[in-house]
Design a protein around this ligand. Structure first.
Ligand code: CTP
Ligand code: CA
Length: 223
């Protein structure tokens, strides 16, 4: 049971959170996706609800059950996620924790593709809209605080800094998901918060604790 704090630090605030992977259909039985359990985004939503926020939670097909006490919007594809995000605005803050598939198949087959002797299917890809960049670069109705994630396997901080500037978001939560860290698919996370003012590395902790720290920092700047 998640209790909403009527007098919590985020009472009266609307937070928009994306979470989970997106699935981009190839045909009725196949899809392209990123690896994402949805655990970190779900933990952030739970922490936001506990802090008293009204939360719109836009999620792709995740492994973990959705949080309680949110306005839940289930989507499949990146384009559906963008539509749901646009429909959920305005928001005081937005956290983009989803692992959005960068590409979709240009023309989804209406029927299951069948193997044909020796002939390989050729998939033509199209780039998906960048939801975080779209919202960050809005001239009207931009949330006061926009937070993105950068899951990287190498040059983590350089990539995260560049991503923050390129997309125009306020903060990036950067983490190293290279093999050996055990972060991907695990219950813990180790992140660095990258802002215009500097960088803070938080000690490795459960995804719940990381979520609480992030929500505390968001509550501070919205206060
Ligand atoms: N993101 C998004 N829409 C996309 C792709 C990414 O909203 N189409 C968001 C993610 O939710 C995340 C941030 O952008 O908050 C960074 O995602 P990431 O995949 O690391 O960035 P990309 O720009 O796609 O770069 P890369 O080539 O490293 O995948
Ligand atoms: Ca990507």
């Amino acid at each position: 049971i998640t209790a909403r704090l009527a007098d919590g630090p985020l009472a009266g605030r609307h937070l928009l959170i994306t979470s989970g992977p997106t699935h981009e259909p190839i045909d009725p039985v196949r899809y392209i996706a990123n690896r994402s359990s949805g655990a970190q985004g779900t933990a952030i939503a739970r922490a936001a609800v506990r802090a008293g926020a009204q939360v719109t939670f836009v999620t792709g097909p995740a492994d973990v059950p959705p949080p309680e006490g949110v306005t839940l919007v289930r989507v499949e594809t990146a384009r559906q996620m963008l539509d749901a995000v646009e429909a959920a605005l305005p928001a005081d803050a937005a956290v983009f924790a989803a692992a959005v598939a960068d590409w979709r198949v240009l023309s989804e087959a209406g029927r299951k593709m069948k193997k044909q002797d020796g002939a390989l299917p050729q998939l033509e890809l199209a780039e998906n809209p960048d939801i975080l960049a779209t919202v960050s670069q809005k001239t009207e109705g931009r949330p006061g605080l926009v937070v993105g994630f950068a899951a990287e396997t190498h040059d983590v901080l350089d990539n995260a800094r560049a991503k923050r500037l390129r997309k125009g978001c306020d903060w990036i939560v950067a983490n190293d998901v290279s093999e050996g860290t055990g972060i991907m698919g695990g219950t813990e996370n180790a992140v660095t918060l990258v802002t215009s003012e500097g960088e803070e590395s938080w000690p490795r902790a459960s995804k719940d604790v990381v979520a609480e720290q992030l929500i505390d920092r968001i509550a501070e700047v919205l206060a």
